[in-house]
Design a protein around this ligand. Structure first.
Ligand SMILES: Nc1ncnc2c1ncn2[C@@H]1O[C@H](COP(=O)(O)OP(=O)(O)OP(=O)(O)O)[C@@H](O)[C@H]1O
Ligand SMILES: [Mg+2]
Length: 371
């Protein structure tokens, strides 16, 4: 398991966000100890224990980490036990990356064999590269070989994560083809048995792709065939989303040294606002303008965190709906002045009729929007 501590022992600053296998090391240990189910070859947990790790089980003190349809988790785990990769697609901020991290931690005990896809991703970063000093001194050898996540995952029989795969150039995406179909990776520079790396049991790939970026349509058909696709949807109901935002923002605020927990009435306003601006429909069913900016649950969590920080560090209290106005501007009006105008219209027209102090405070603070 990874050697990253949640709290640094020498008093230096702690790791901001340790990987899932470190954050939940205790839960994983307990699940493995009590796990009597059959495990697919190379897995550290059975399917039922892995599912419990992700969707939670209050009776045995396992927290719920992903909120959503449990049958999605079952399908994802079954895909990973087959020889096809798993492709998680969906809107931004729907916890695709989180889910891929949790799945990798549950299946392989490690979630850090991760390739971050982007326009500049190269095959070197996926397969392998060379330590040039050693390469010059002694030529290509297993010593001078620098293993990238795909090679390591194959050799060690673990889950490899490929984030934002559709942002990579097509020819780079295609370097997954033979590892996924033939389960082998050739290293032509080496000779003898080292020139072929055969995947061990437990190796598979979880890729994520965002439907707002360059879409999955542009992936090659050959690569698409090697993945099972699962769509991750936004959280459908207000109360579930509210509970998640409260728990996540509360944890982030505690880590930031804020001792005032977020106020429920403020979060209710925040989550309702996000949902309405996301869907273009108010709680009472009126149509309104939806924003082009992403108003995801992940954004709601980070705005709730900012609201709490503002209240605490500026005034020594929990954040209020007035803080929300300032924090919203930076989220909602990122890429288009029209969004800012829509947000202003929303605060003018859709807020004043609602009962409650925090809705009134939101309306009263509307002039704090910049511009
Ligand atoms: N259904 C959900 N269950 C648990 N957490 C969620 C859920 N939806 C959103 N979140 C929140 O969003 C955060 C994760 O966002 P994540 O980065 O995984 O999303 P993403 O889909 O990968 O986004 P992007 O497409 O921008 O990469 C979580 O840490 C959590 O706070
Ligand atoms: Mg992501």
């Amino acid at each position: 398991m990874s050697g990253i501590d949640v709290v640094a022992v020498d008093g230096s600053a702690s790791v901001q966000r340790p990987p899932a296998e470190v954050r939940y090391a205790d839960e994983l240990r307990r699940l493995a100890a009590a796990d009597e189910g059959p495990r697919p070859p190379g897995w550290v947990l059975s399917l039922t224990a892995a599912r419990r790790f992700i969707v939670g089980d209050q009776d045995v003190g396992i927290s719920r980490k992903f909120v959503g349809d449990p049958s999605l988790i079952d399908r994802a785990l079954v895909s990973l036990a087959t020889s096809r990769g798993l492709m998680l697609v969906g809107e931004p901020g729907t916890a695709k990356s989180l889910l891929s991290e949790l799945l990798a931690a549950a299946v392989s005990g490690v979630s850090t064999l991760t390739i971050q896809g982007g326009a500049a991703t190269t095959e070197d970063q996926i397969k392998y590269s060379w330590n040039y000093a050693l390469l010059v001194a002694e030529g290509p050898s297993t010593r001078s070989l620098v293993r990238a996540p795909l090679l390591r995952g194959m050799a060690e029989g673990r889950t490899v994560r490929f984030e934002e795969i559709t942002r990579c150039p097509l020819e780079v995406q295609d370097s997954l083809l033979s590892p996924l179909s033939d389960r082998v990776l050739a290293i032509p520079e080496l000779t003898g048995p080292d020139a072929m790396v055969f995947a061990r049991d437990g190796f598979n790939v979880i890729a994520t792709a965002n439907t707002r970026d360059r879409g999955v349509n542009e992936m090659s058909a050959a690569l698409k065939r090697r993945f099972n696709f699962e769509t991750v949807f936004p959280i459908p109901d207000l109360q579930t989303e509210l509970a998640l935002v409260e728990a996540e923002a509360g944890a982030l605020l505690r880590r930031s040294g804020v001792t005032a927990p977020p106020r429920r009435d403020v979060l209710e306003v925040l989550v309702t606002t996000f949902r309405e601006l996301r869907t273009g429909r108010t709680a009472r069913g009126d149509a309104m303008d939806r924003l082009t900016a992403v108003m995801s649950t992940a954004e709601a969590v980070s705005v709730a965190h900012a609201v709490g920080l503002r209240g605490w560090f500026l005034r020594g209290e929990a954040g209020t709906a007035a803080d929300l106005v300032s924090c919203l501007a930076g989220t909602a009006a990122k890429d288009s002045p029209e969004d800012l105008a829509k947000l202003r219209r929303y605060l003018e027209q859709q807020v004043s009729w609602r009962p409650g102090d925090q809705w009134r405070a939101l309306h009263a603070a509307r002039h704090q929007l910049p511009g």
